[in-house]
Design a binder for this molecule. Structure first.
Ligand SMILES: [Zn+2]
Length: 423
């Protein structure tokens, strides 16, 4: 038995933190939660002091790309590294997430066999990494040239159903839908219907207005990104449709993962790129891959990927607020792996941006990275809060995270399923 003793516990349910907490862990599960003086620490327990620390559920990142690692040139990456995805690159990303305090993550787009193998090896304990929930390949109208391994095109309703069935049979945890504005509405409905039949949620891109409209009409469960490029706000008909959906309690919450930090902080990063030299993102990668990535991000100011970002930035707070006010449940996710975004540091930056740029209160922000993701993935019986009976996925950090959320950039203790990986 392990005992985490002394710290201030944020259990994930949102009420006042528990001072001088005691968390008892038996095997991979939480056995008891209480306070010094009322919950006795068994004599034979391995005591881990959390004095002076905030203790909280392991973080979730609801939008990562393990097959990517910050390289700026997708065409080059997709051509060069697929042979290393399963053996090296995806495991490296999963380990970097875990060391950053992210005990669970959802991967949204990678080859099917590699996705399932990496997830299963982590669950079996033969690989060190965050617990992964995998979408496997994107479902879309047509794969971009050279991306056929992780982007599956659909042509017609029957094909849409067949592709979803193939993913479900392959063991994915959700379906990722993108470019649904290029599909027929019948195809979109077929994807969502077949996924729901198999108990899988559908996660849809929300970059363009028609992607959102079709997604809502077909019953997508979770939208990704703060979309609409540099347009100032979401149009009224979309907000009305979101409100119609969030008003229908029988369908559960509508989830939305804004992946907003990279857009808010791009100009800062461009002008202050020291963080790119932090070696934490090298963990698990061979030197030649590190070197290739490093070279590709030498000039953050020149990347075509980000040229429109400065004009998008001023629109983001408004769009974020529109979503909040329309009643969606916002989730922390980052698009980790895209250019200059590393698994070792993406997640805390998203929490920090919500609190310190967008003004979301810290407890709400933490719940968007703990409790709500576990509900969205329908695993809240097992993870998401620090509650007796659930898996012991717990992190601790010196200091008060409710006052200084950026402390999460250096997590002191990481426990996943009862095993201590850091601290
Ligand atoms: Zn993404």
């Amino acid at each position: 038995m392990k005992a985490l003793v002394g710290g201030t516990l944020i259990d994930g349910f949102g009420s006042r933190p528990i001072r001088n907490s005691v968390v008892l862990i038996q095997g991979d599960r939480i056995a008891a939660v209480g306070q010094l003086g009322t919950l006795p620490v068994p004599r034979d327990a391995e005591v881990i002091s959390t004095e002076g620390m905030s203790v909280l559920p392991g973080l979730w990142d609801m939008h990562v790309h393990l097959m990517l690692n910050g390289h700026s040139d997708y065409a080059h990456w997709d051509k060069t590294y697929p042979p290393l995805f399963e053996s090296t690159i995806m495991p490296a990303g999963a380990k970097q997430l875990l060391m950053a305090g992210v005990t669970s993550a959802r991967d949204l787009g990678a080859p099917l066999p590699a996705s399932i193998a990496v997830r299963n090896r982590i669950n079996a304990g033969t690989l060190t990494g965050a617990t992964m929930y995998m979408s496997g390949p994107f479902i879309q109208h047509e794969p971009y040239p050279g991306t056929e391994e992780f982007r599956w095109g659909v042509s017609g309703e029957a094909d849409a159903r067949a592709k979803v069935r193939k993913l479900a049979d392959g063991g994915v945890n959700c379906i990722k839908l993108i470019d649904q504005d290029q599909m027929t509405i019948e195809e979109v409905r077929a994807v969502v219907d077949e996924a729901h039949r198999r108990g899988l949620m559908v996660v849809g891109h929300a970059h363009r207005p028609e992607e959102i409209r079709r997604g809502l009409a077909a019953g997508v469960d979770n939208f990704e990104h703060t979309g609409l490029a540099s347009a100032p706000e979401y149009p009224g008909d979309i907000i009305d449709a979101i409100r119609e959906r969030t008003a229908d309690m029988s369908r559960g919450p509508l989830f939305w993962t804004p992946t907003i930090e990279g857009l808010l902080n791009y100009e800062y990063l461009r002008d202050n790129p020291e963080q790119l030299d932090d070696a934490a993102w090298h963990e698990g990668l061979p030197p030649h891959v590190v070197e290739d990535i490093r070279k590709s991000i030498q000039h953050p100011d020149r990347m075509s990927y980000f040229q429109l970002t400065p004009s998008r930035r001023p629109t983001l707070a408004r769009k974020f607020k529109q979503l909040q006010e329309a009643g969606v449940v916002l989730l922390v996710g980052t698009d980790s792996g895209i250019p200059m975004k590393f698994h070792s540091s993406s997640t805390w930056r998203e929490l920090d941006a919500w609190v310190n740029i967008l003004g979301v209160d810290p407890m709400t922000t933490i719940r968007a990275a703990t409790y709500w993701p576990s509900v969205a993935m329908k695993v809240d019986r097992d993870v998401g809060t620090i509650t007796p009976g659930k898996y012991a996925d717990i992190i601790a950090v010196r200091g008060d995270v409710l006052r200084y959320i950026a402390l999460l950039q250096r997590v002191d203790l990481v426990v996943k399923r009862g095993v201590k990986y850091k601290g």
